[in-house]
Write a protein that binds this ligand. Sequence first.
Ligand code: ADP
Ligand code: MG
Length: 276
Amino acid sequence: GEGLPRPEQTRVIVVANQKGGVGKTTTTVNLAASLALHGGRVLVIDLDPQGNASTALGIDHHAEVPSIYDVLVESRPLSEVVQPVVDVEGLFCAPATIDLAGAEIELVSLVARESRLQRAIQAYEQPLDYVLIDCPPSLGLLTVNALVAGQEVLIPIQCEYYALEGLGQLLRNVDLVRGHLNPTLHVSTILLTMYDGRTRLASQVADEVRNHFGDEVLRTSIPRSVRISEAPSYGQTVLTYDPGSSGALSYLEAAREIALKGVGVSYDTTHAHIGA
Ligand code: ADP
Ligand code: MG
């Protein structure tokens, strides 16, 4: 998996879906680790007050740690809160602490409240190939900050009943932000998560999602895997926790697809559906 093409400019990818439990955080950290293992320099921004992405990356995020809250609310430079991820070269994280829960309210009265994250990323001077932003399960000001800061939206979809329900609201928000604040924003990637190819339901939902979104849906889907769900409790991604597992291989493959799509190289389908 070494030597994938690196983007000419930093790709800022917003991982969003206002539904909880669909695999946003899991996808953010494992894709980020995969892109780093493929040779990229990658920053994860944890924008969920729960701080699950920070935990999964083994990043200290107790209340005193400088965090993305300080960046958004106190205008602290992003470089002062970014920490390296141990064990994965080229991977970094701006952690979330619990005070981020108050930021939705505190941001309301601040100048340029929708574009504070965008400004912070633009002022960050270290070279980066990818920024992945893990959003909270809501469409409030934190998610709006992510949508204003990014060029791309990645929507993880869990293959279950009602998978598409509620997505209309997210897509309308993407359109609104594109129309008013960020003309480059688009939904670039849909990723099917927790896919169980043995069930009829999963394949029906997958077909429905592919009919609806077409080429944005990655050929690689992420299988339901115990190894993926175990890794965070060790402060690791599945890429270091169990590098040979189907979950690790599928995230590496999804990362490959994303990297190749970004430079306009068509994807070799022979590797698709690993583990599914
Ligand atoms: P979100 O960030 O959208 O709320 P998470 O990424 O936290 O969702 O995932 C929700 C739960 O599902 C977590 O417990 C996570 O470990 C588990 N999970 C996510 N993806 C997988 C997968 N592919 N296989 C098994 N469990 C998964
Ligand atoms: Mg999450």
